[in-house]
Design a protein around this ligand. Sequence first.
Ligand code: UTP
Length: 295
Amino acid sequence: MPVAKVRKAVFPAAGLGTRFLPATKAQPKEMLPLVDKPIIQYGVEEALQSGISNIIIVTGRGKSAIEDHFDVSFELENLLESRSKKELLKIVRQVSDLIDISYIRQKEALGLGHAVLRAKELVGPEPFATVLADDVIDAATPCIRQLLDVYEFFGAPVLAVMEVPKEAISSYGCIDAEPVTCNGSKGQVFRIRDLVEKPKASEAPSNLAIIGRYILTPDIFDSIGSITPGAGGELQLTDALRHQLRSRPLYAVKFEGKRYDAGDKLGFLKATVEFALRRADLGADFREYLKGLTL
Ligand code: UTP
């Protein structure tokens, strides 16, 4: 039987962004610009390039800048038009023309699982991607597309994982898993035996950390509804996945590409430098500038 097509992607963006204070006091971290594009736009473009046609963003208090960013700005467009700034007008229009986006609010930041549950009505009875936009991923094949390929093979939920140093694993959800063959490739795809959120390094079952890309099935909503708050007093998506594992297999993909934790100050700086260096219009000058620094 062909598996149901994934058409929708949920972007939980209602977290408090405490690691990026004070910048995130009055603006969402998803709007921090990497060079000249807000973090969340990279995620939205990745979803579109992966074949997703419907974006749902879970927002919270103080997040209206996200809605404004993807909306049409008539004043700005009129101004650019009257000043004949054609290139800038094109850039601004490209953002609002990207796609129609639906929004739902999470009134209180009660955890990632809770944020995903808020999207239940908008998602309906179909599989969906979930994207944590502060994980920015640079990859030849968009990361979501890599997960979709595995989802389409097994017809089951798929999480993105990456190897991290053992001492860093306590910042992530972690999987216990065995490698499986998928589409002829070996060593990249795993069947999950168990999952744990933010384990102590000494208790972690592996060095495979869950990062912010998931293909989920609609039964996850019942699992989120069945769990109680876990690490940090929050409803954790990892705990809901663990609950779901009792009734169906789950898979993980060690994706190809580089992930930047843009919700963290150092991760954000690394992404900024590397993305700027790759830009045709800025890279050469920026490289010269960096070479001139005494490091
Ligand atoms: P993080 O763990 O990065 O938490 O959330 P955070 O609150 O956003 O940031 P810090 O750690 O305090 O700096 C992972 C993702 O889940 C979303 C966040 O917006 C982010 O995309 N999230 C988290 C919610 O939407 N709601 C929540 O209640 C918690």
